[in-house]
Design a protein around this ligand. Structure first.
Ligand code: HEC
Length: 290
């Protein structure tokens, strides 16, 4: 291929790439129509480059998970001892090994887990210990789906990472249930939520555009006063939604605080290193014509 031809074909590729990008940009809003409402801001302490978890909030969030959500949702990645990990809900610097943390031990003991008698081999239930995983409410996904009208409640251990804008999304979803708009044909066993992803156009018999959001098999799980917080915080639906969203965020990224701190340290190092490099450059080339 001659040089000119090459340039021409390169230009062609460039032009078609720009055109394709333009088409995608124009088409996207059309695809987004009928989408979900943008999540509300939960005002979380862990947002921003220096954000950390609010330990009181994580403790309240654990209570909401345990007393409300755990009857349907597992958190398979969590062991009880994790509750006492650094920056975790029940972390106490007095117990560097979370297995020694008395609060964590007591919380584990409140629950029963399946085990096998080491002598007879028979199945039995015993008190959980810090070494145990959080027990799952269902023996398997099929049983979970069967008990919930066909939709298995997803595992919540990494849910804040599995959804865009995770913590704000979970907060908005839980506190955002409203009565279905008039004109929306409800599918059996479904609930309406404006923050749930979906497209309600096929179910819309009202005027104008279909409402935002989608159907969700989970009925609104929270009612005011459903848990009683140990720190006296009022258990409104908004408060419980925020707290449990923060707890799920911690579970999804337990090392977030360390990650942010390490990132900041690296930046400081790079700035200092750049200064030293520049100073030595000046020194080495001092008096040398270049
Ligand atoms: C009665 C059982 C039940 C309870 C209690 C319950 N859920 Fe659910 N949840 C479900 C089911 C079923 C789904 C699947 C919904 C679907 O796919 O339509 C679900 C889905 C979800 C989702 C995923 C939504 C999405 O974007 O796909 C989140 C997040 C969630 N639940 C959080 C919670 C939290 C937090 C609690 C406690 C406050 C809770 N749930 C309590 C049954 C339950």
């Amino acid at each position: 291929m001659s040089k000119e031809k090459k340039i021409v074909s390169f230009r062609k590729i460039l032009v078609s790439a720009i055109a394709a990008a333009g088409i995608v940009a124009v088409a996207s809003p059309a695809l987004a129509a009928g989408g979900a409402k943008h999540p509300r801001d939960g005002g979380f302490s862990f947002e921003g480059p220096f954000g950390t978890f609010d330990q009181g909030q994580l403790q309240r969030g654990y209570k909401v998970y345990r007393e409300v959500c755990a009857s349907c949702h597992g958190m398979d990645h969590l062991h009880f001892r994790n509750l006492g990990d650094k920056h975790g809900p029940f972390w106490n610097p007095k117990y560097p090994n979370p297995n020694d943390n008395p609060v964590v031990k007591a919380l584990a003991k409140e629950l029963q887990v399946a085990d096998i008698d080491s002598e007879t081999g028979e199945a039995l239930m015993r008190d959980a210990t810090t070494a145990d995983k959080f027990p799952n409410p269902y023996p398997n996904a099929t049983a979970a789906a069967a008990a919930n009208g066909g939709a298995a409640p997803p595992d919540l251990s990494v849910m804040a990472k599995a959804r865009h804008d995770g913590a704000n999304y979970i907060y908005s979803l839980l506190s955002g249930y409203v009565a279905p708009p008039k004109g929306l044909k409800m599918a059996p066993g479904q609930n309406y939520n404006p923050y749930m992803a979906g497209d309600l156009t096929p179910f819309w018999e009202g005027e104008g555009h279909a409402p935002p959001g989608g159907f969700i098999a989970m009925p609104a799980p929270l009612r005011a006063g459903q848990v009683s917080y140990d720190d006296g915080t009022e258990a409104t639906v908004d408060q419980m939604s925020k707290d449990v969203a923060a707890f799920i965020m911690w579970a999804s990224e337990p090392k977030m605080v360390e990650r942010k701190q390490a990132g900041f340290g690296v930046l400081i190092f790079l700035i200092l290193f750049a200064g030293i490099t520049y100073a030595s450059y000046r020194k080495i080339w001092k008096g040398v014509a270049h």
